[in-house]
Ligand binder design. Structure first.
Ligand code: BES
Ligand code: ZN
Length: 466
């Protein structure tokens, strides 16, 4: 396949860029160039590049993205088995590592009627089902202080969004006796939030837009208002998801560095979305890089992992990191997280780190992208994916993603026809050569710098919980 390359800068400029992107890492010297249109990758890079077959990645995406792969469902289990089967076909001994989590089925019916008028509320993820008919009472922001002198026994609490989480508001109101909660937005737009996790103490909770909430508040202030809150079909239950893992031990036993590199992606998707780009693309690329790197000599342990339940709060990657011994954590010098790496409708490649700082993964990848494309892929701050639990454990980690995201993100339109083979090829080359630059037996780079452990903001785990 024809490769699309960015404009190539001069050798001198390329070298100075290589030095400016990282003070500790020097890119392998480029081979002599024969033509100005040729990239600066070296003979070692070429061993990787020549082996990558983008059709393999495309075909695996095609298979995986036939249906949504929601964690805990049969479809996710099938996806995990497919990843395992592919990895084993290259000679790996891939494992399915099951883990349990508390899953939530969204309500099938969410209704609110006030004195005969119907509103169009949404529910919160992790709200319980129920049918409550009671008087509506205004409860401000629903903080403990505000509710201290309020008795909500048997009432429906009307609460404004802000200052504390939705989950805390529901618990505070329930503690004061409320039978249901209505939370309305403090900004324009619909409110589709999460209570953050299951809790037996919750009462049914629905949300309203700012306009609808303020209208209801007017009625409540004007006199006694009775409402009915109905939530049906919402269900909390324990489910099983899987991480798929395969390991390549160093082939050069005498030169074994004891270091480990992890290349990961998530194989689950959100409900209703086939997730071709999010993240069958990264999953398929992990499979292809496992194939490519299998046949090359290496002095570093390589781990290929596809995570389950990423979309439900990075659960699989948390399980994985929690299961590592301190010795393993110390030995992992880099985690490459491939999430949304092939949409034709997304922007350029960016490396995102949880703390916004460069680390060993960005350094290796900036050096490889500079060698390959003449431009070092930029890095920026960003969470929202499986690199975060690694970063929190002090492991250098980065997310490979195109920015801005495609408009199909988390929609039924995230399908194979939007996948760009050029983008897949580009990312697979940058990651494959970055990893091999370190894992080849004669690598010249410095000892990897370990990151500081770091506490990710709550936002990295839960969107719209506040
Ligand atoms: N692939 C996305 C993350 C993403 C999307 C990062 C767009 C940057 C731009 C990931 O699968 C996802 O959707 N993550 C969740 C958060 C997660 C903690 C549940 C999200 O961003 O809502
Ligand atoms: Zn994703």
């Amino acid at each position: 396949m024809k490769r699309t390359r960015k404009t190539i800068v001069s050798v001198a400029l390329a070298t100075s860029l290589a030095l400016s992107v990282s003070s500790t890492y020097t890119a392998a010297a480029p081979v002599a160039q024969t033509s100005s249109s040729q990239a600066y990758y070296n003979a070692v890079d070429k061993k990787v590049i020549n082996k990558i077959n983008v059709e393999n990645i495309y075909n695996d995406i095609d298979f995986l993205a036939k249906t949504p792969r929601v964690a805990g469902t049969e479809a996710e289990h099938k996806a995990a088995l497919y990843v395992q089967k592919q990895l084993n076909s290259f000679g790996y001994d891939a494992k399915l590592e099951p883990f349990k989590f508390v899953g939530y089925t969204e309500a099938s019916k969410v209704e609110l009627s006030v004195d005969g008028t119907s509103y169009s509320p949404s529910s919160f993820t992790y709200s319980v089902s129920g049918n409550v008919n009671a008087e509506v009472v205004y409860a401000g922001l629903g903080t403990k202080e505000e509710l201290a002198n309020q008795d909500l026994t048997g009432k429906i609490a009307l609460i404004q969004r802000g200052s504390i989480t939705f989950g805390e508001k529901v618990l505070n109101a329930a503690q004061k006796g409320a039978k249901a909660v209505i939370i309305y937005n403090n900004a324009e737009g619909e409110l589709n939030g999460t209570l953050g996790g299951a809790n037996d103490l919750y009462v049914p909770a629905v949300s309203l837009s700012k306009a609808a909430g303020e209208q209801l508040l007017e009625k409540v202030k004007a006199g006694s208002v009775t409402a009915t809150v109905t939530i049906e079909g919402a269900e909390v239950s324990e489910r099983t998801s899987y991480n798929v893992t395969a390991t390549k031990a160093p082939t050069e036993k005498k030169r074994n560095t004891d270091d480990i590199i992890v290349i990961g992606a998530h194989h689950d998707s959100v409900e209703g979305a086939p997730g071709a780009n999010d993240d069958a693309s990264g999953t398929a690329m992990v499979i292809e890089l496992a194939r490519v790197l299998k046949s090359l000599p290496t002095d570093t342990e390589l781990r290929f992992v596809t995570f389950g339940a990423e979309e439900l709060g990075l659960i699989g990657s948390h399980e994985y990191v929690d299961g590592l011994s301190q010795d393993e954590k110390d030995r992992i010098v880099g985690m490459f997280n491939l999430d949304m790496v092939g949409s034709r409708d997304a922007g350029d490649l960016v490396l995102k780190t949880a703390d916004g700082k460069a680390n060993f993964v960005t350094e290796l990848s900036q050096a490889s992208s500079l060698r390959l494309n003449g431009v070092a892929t930029p890095y920026a701050e960003g969470g929202r994916s499986d690199h975060v639990p690694f970063a929190e454990a002090g492991i250098p980690a980065a997310l490979f993603i195109h920015d801005p995201s495609e408009p199909w993100y988390h929609t039924p339109e995230d399908t194979i026809d939007k996948i760009s083979k050029e983008k897949l090829q580009d990312v697979a080359e940058i990651v494959g050569t970055a990893v091999y630059d370190r894992a080849r037996p004669d690598h010249k780079g410095p000892k990897a710098q370990k990151g500081q452990s770091f506490k990710a903001p709550e936002l990295y785990y839960q969107q719209d919980s506040k």
